[in-house]
Design a protein around this ligand. Structure first.
Ligand SMILES: Nc1ncnc2c1ncn2[C@@H]1O[C@H](COP(=O)(O)OP(=O)(O)OP(=O)(O)O)[C@@H](O)[C@H]1O
Length: 289
């Protein structure tokens, strides 16, 4: 299995705060990694550091042979990082189809192929982002990441807030997508049990550091590890929200084109969505705490 994503000695955080002290992690082609950990252990920060919207103090990020370390988020996206952030980041004033064609890059994943994967999106292709249900928004967020034809697919809690039937549909689609040739995936998930069947490998974080890295099969056979690191094994815990205002594709979120907010508490303010960096987002977050 050839190495596709290589993170080496990465130290990253927000402003002066170091959240990931020293991370080394690599993924091979076709590998699906579940990133688990209690609230606030740095899962989203790790994803955001791969995307390029945190502060990097040191260390490197490579995709294949290419060094992404100093690339901006939009360059990383164009270079092969597909990201489905917690906030979904779809555009309310664009149709389903426009949301995808606005960012599509040549490759195996076309808008039509996304429709094959998610027939419901095709039914809704002329609907605007703000006319979609939560599940449809999430499918569209995955579709947007796919039409970039990524090498690395990052999904930050893709099933959060969705009805169980939609969760099943989405996870099964993610499973198929993740195993198509040439990509690797990281999925952040609160509910460990939900993801064990999908992922090959599980990494558990504590304080921004890997405390467990094992094959999913091993964890399935011995769930006591989950109990130890996550509390009640497989239970979805309470969670905090993070509001990232940046669109990593460099698409400007004009007032009438702001991303559709997620349906949960602590939504970003309209002005929050227009801040320019994760660092500014961090200030907002800190102020709220
Ligand atoms: N934008 C930010 N600015 C400053 N600190 C932040 C920011 N985002 C997260 N943090 C801090 O970084 C730490 C890790 O947060 P992160 O969101 O990465 O954790 P997580 O494991 O994804 O948690 P959750 O499961 O609650 O989403 C926390 O202490 C959090 O308060």
């Amino acid at each position: 299995m050839s190495e596709l994503l290589a993170i080496t000695d990465l130290r990253a955080g927000y402003g002066e705060a170091v959240v990931i002290p020293k991370m080394t992690l690599s993924l091979g082609e076709g590998q699906v990694l579940a990133l688990l950990g209690r609230n606030g252990t740095g899962k989203t920060t790790l994803i955001n550091s791969i995307v390029g919207v945190t502060r990097r103090f040191s260390g490197t990020v490579k995709v294949g042979a290419r060094d992404f370390t100093t690339l901006r988020a939009d360059q990383r996206a164009r270079g092969g990082i597909g990201w489905v952030p917690q906030e979904r980041n779809i555009f309310r004033s664009l149709t389903v189809e426009e949301n995808m064609t606005a960012v599509a890059q040549p490759g195996e994943w076309t808008v039509n192929k996304v429709y094959e994967m998610f027939p419901r999106l095709e039914e809704r292709k002329n609907n605007f982002g703000n006319q979609l249900s939560g599940g449809e928004q999430q499918m569209l967020a995955v579709g947007r990441a796919l039409v970039l034809n990524p090498k690395v697919l990052l999904l930050d809690e893709p099933t959060e807030g969705l009805a169980p039937i939609i969760v099943e549909e989405l996870l099964s689609a993610i499973g198929k997508i993740s195993r198509t040739g040439g990509i690797c995936s990281i999925i952040v998930e609160q509910n460990a049990r939900k993801i064990l069947g999908l992922a090959d490998r599980v990494v558990i974080l504590e304080r921004g550091t890997i405390v467990h890295d094992a094959a999913s099969e091993t964890l399935k056979a011995d769930p006591s590890v989950l109990d130890h690191f996550l509390g009640v094994a497989g239970a979805a815990g309470t969670r905090t929200n993070i509001n990232l205002p940046t669109d990593h594709l460099g698409v400007s979120h004009a007032e009438n084109q702001s991303p559709v907010p997620r349906r949960r508490s602590r939504q970003p303010s309209a002005s929050g969505l227009h801040q320019g960096s994760a660092r500014q987002a961090g200030k907002g977050r800190n102020q709220r705490r």
